[in-house]
Design a protein around this ligand. Structure first.
Ligand code: SF4
Length: 96
């Protein structure tokens, strides 16, 4: 296993709790049951979240909606209390 992946794996394992493991098992099981039954089935909660803290960037990378100013929402930064609240709400089941 490359060193980069080993570090990621160890980091993930260090954050493993019974509740997160159970949630991940439910998400994985719902994926396979939905695949076999060909019906949408969703058990569990998201196991990861991604928060975009800003739509204000001045580097203008051509592949990025922020750089192209292509967002329909106003340019600005996420309020720190919003990010902290989401983090606390997702902490029991998400790998943060
Ligand atoms: S990818 Fe987007 S957010 Fe990141 S530096 Fe480039 S323009 Fe900014």
């Amino acid at each position: 296993m490359p060193a980069l992946y080993r570090h990621d794996a160890l980091r993930l394992l260090s954050r493993l709790t019974p509740r997160r493991l159970w949630n991940a098992a439910k998400v994985l099981a719902s994926f396979y049951v939905a695949r076999l039954s060909r019906r949408p089935i969703q058990w569990g909660l998201p196991i990861t979240i991604s928060i975009e803290p800003t739509t204000a960037c001045n580097l203008r990378c051509p592949e990025c909606p922020s750089g192209l100013r292509a967002f329909t929402r106003p340019t600005g930064n996420l309020r720190t209390d919003f990010s902290a609240r989401w983090s606390m709400n997702c902490r029991p089941t998400c790998f943060t």
